[in-house]
Design a protein around this ligand. Sequence first.
Ligand code: NAD
Length: 441
Amino acid sequence: MSYDVAIIGGGPGGYTAADETAGRGLSVVLFEADMLGGTCLNRGCIPTKALLHEAALGISDPALLRKKRDDTVSALRGGIEKLMKMRKVTVVHGLAQITGPGSVSCNGEAYEAHDIIIATGSIPSIPPLAGADLPGVYTSNDLLEGAGIMPRSLAIIGGGVIGMEFALFFAQTGAAVHVLEALDRILTPFDREIAQRVALHAKKRGIIIEASAQVQRIEGAPGEMRVSYTSKHGQPCTLFCESILIATGRRANTAGLFADGAAPELERGAIVADELGRTSIAHLWVIGDARARTVQLAHVAEAQARNVVACIAGAEPPVNEDLIPSCIYLSPEVASVGLTEDEAEAQGRAVICGKALTGANGKCLIGGSESGYAKLVCDAKTHAILGSQLVCPRASDMIAELALAINLGATAEQLAATIHPHPTISEMVGEAARAVCRAAR
Ligand code: NAD
C-alpha cells in the first residue's frame, strides 16, 4: 500500500497533520496504537479540565466526576473519528514501526509513503527514585483513565503544570495535598510573580508546597505510603499519605519506533529536528512532544503539524511558532504569552509595564474571583506589546487576543483604542493597555 504521507500517532499533532494533508489533496494513512486523540484527549488536557470544572462546582462524587470526564472525552473522540472519515484518511489501529526510508510496518503489513511524519507524543518521565514503581504511586495517566483514584491524602512529586493542576483538583475534592518540588520554586517556566500568586492561592486552599525538597525514596503500600525527603533546610522528613502522584515531566515516546538502522538522530530518545521539523533523514519529519527541545503543548504540536504539512506540499509554513501562549487551569486561571518583564530586562530591553487588577473588574467581582491581574509588557520606545501575563478568570480564553496583538506588532495605544465590552473580564486587557499609555506620557 502506497500513500503520499504516512503519519504515526493520532494525537493533536497527528490528527491535525492528517486533516491538513488530506485537505491539500494528498493521500494519507494514519497509524494509532491506542485511541485517536492521543494524550491530550484521552489522558491529558481534556479529562483534567473536565475534572477541574466539575470539582470547582463542588462535585466530589467519583462516579459523577468519571461520567463527566468520559462523556466529554468520547464526544470529542467521536468528532475526530468522523473528521478522519470525512477527509478519507486511512486510519490503521496498531503499533507502527519505521523500517526504512519511506517504509512503515504495522500489524504485519508493509506501507510505503513519500513522506513520514512522526507524531508519537510523550509519556510520563519517572525519576530514578527508590519505590517509584510501587503500587500506590501514580502518574497522570493512571488518574485520568479508567477508575482513577480519590485519595484522602496525596503527595505530589513535582510542582510543574501537571502537579499544580492536580493539587488544585484533589484539594477541591477535600484531599490533603502536599507538593514536593526539587527546585527553589514551583512553575519555573512561568514568571516568578505568577508562581508566587499561584502558591498563595494554593496555600489558601490548604495545599502545602515545599520547594527545594529532595525526595529520596518511597515506601509502603496503597493507602499507607511514605515519602522520605530532605527539606529546604537539609532536615530529613517523612510524609505519610494514601497515594503519591509523580509529575516530574514527560519524555518522548519513541521506544520501538524504529527498526535497526532506521532511526534518525536522537537526543535522549527525542527526535532531533530543525525549525521546520526535518529530521536527519530526508522525508522523515517530527512534530509534537516527540521532537527534541520542543515546548510540550497540544497547540504547539498542532502548529507544527500545519507547518510541516505545508512544507511537504511545497507551501510556506502558515503559523508563527515563535509565539507560544501557555495556560494553567488553576483558580484563577493563569496564561502567558511573549516576554515577561524579567525576560525583557535580561535581554537588555527597556520596557514599560501596565497592570489591571481583578479587584477593579466588575465581572471578576460578580464571579467572586480570587485576586489576580492582567499585565502587559511593552517596548519603552515604540510601546509595541512584547508580552502579557494574566492571572484571572478566563485567562486561558483571553490570552489569544494578546497573542494576536503581539503577532501583528500592535502597540499599547492600539489595544487601548479597541473597545472591550462591558462588563467582561477582557476589560482588564484594555485597562492594562491604558496603564501603559499613562506610564508612557
Ligand atoms: P514540568 O516539567 O512542567 O514540571 C515538572 C516539575 O517537577 C518541575 O518543576 C521539576 O523541577 C520537578 N521535578 C523534577 N524531578 C523532581 C524530583 N525528583 N522531585 C521533585 N520535583 C521534581 O512537567 P509536568 O508538570 O509533568 O508537565 C509535563 C509537560 O506537559 C510540560 O511540558 C507541561 O507544560 C505540559 N502540560 C501542560 C499543561 C497545560 O498547558 N495546562 C497541562 C499539563 C501538562
